[in-house]
Design a protein around this ligand. Sequence first.
Ligand SMILES: C[S@@+](CC[C@H](N)C(=O)[O-])C[C@H]1O[C@@H](n2cnc3c(N)ncnc32)[C@H](O)[C@@H]1O
Length: 296
Amino acid sequence: MGSNNLLPGFRLKKCRQAAVYHALLRQPLSIGYTERIINLMAMGRLHLIEFEDQRWFPAFLRTYMTDFLQFLSNKTGMFKPIIPMLQKQLAKSQTKTIVDLGSGSGGALLGLSKDLTQKIPQLNIRLTDFYPNTDAMDRINSGNVRLSYENRPIDAKNVPAELHGLRTLFLSFHHFKPTDARLILQDALDSKNPIAIFEAQERSLISILAMLFSPVTVWLTTPFIRPFSLGRILFTYFLPLVPVFVLWDGVVSALRTYSVAEMSRLVAGLKGKEQFEWSIGKIASGPSKILYLRGL
Ligand SMILES: C[S@@+](CC[C@H](N)C(=O)[O-])C[C@H]1O[C@@H](n2cnc3c(N)ncnc32)[C@H](O)[C@@H]1O
């Protein structure tokens, strides 16, 4: 039977897509789904669409999703173990500014800023996003003077020259295909701005299983997410679009995440890479691990 008969309208143009299709559907029936997923992950990154990345995706749903991520990052303190890394990188590169890219609703830096500004009182943190979250921007810009949210779209691949400082990306690097991911690194290198990238998920069965539980986490945490919003309640419990999109984007994020070897290959392809000191690896965070890629 031809593939088009099996999956009408689904065009398998590239070899890897065909391989993915075979891994998922054409393996012997004796192979369980766990093994199929492991085979799929062994094939490399799978860049399926994330709804959050789409221009047409309703901004209010994107906001509910990034609010959830922000809440989770800060309530669990999952990024706290990276504080010494950031401190060291700021000190070594003699900058007192962090320029966060793809900040969403503020992300981990909302929480980390308290610890960081205690250690570095003059620190400025500038949050940015290609789809700036206007509600978070208003809240942040009317609060702590050390923390601000840029009131214009900032593309992580092409950061304006006046935004100097340590560039950070939390839970965002997997959004970029290798060509764009390399552009982000090359831009930091060319403009002599250090960079630190952190991902809390990986392309592993455990991460994918954790993502499968994300709707439950959304349902359990939503009443505690601030600001309170009737829309958030409506689209979480009554018309559950938020849990569905968090589930899809979560699983796709895990499948898109660069491994340590793939990150190393991205760095190896940079022009003038030797001008920076690079470190790539994983750091423990509770029962889990944070993947990092740093250059300075
Ligand atoms: C998974 S969210 C992470 C948000 C936040 N960093 C956090 O940890 O909660 C990914 C973010 O990347 C942003 N994004 C997507 N494409 C981008 C681009 N080209 N440049 C900058 N940000 C982008 C999205 O708008 C979204 O806010």
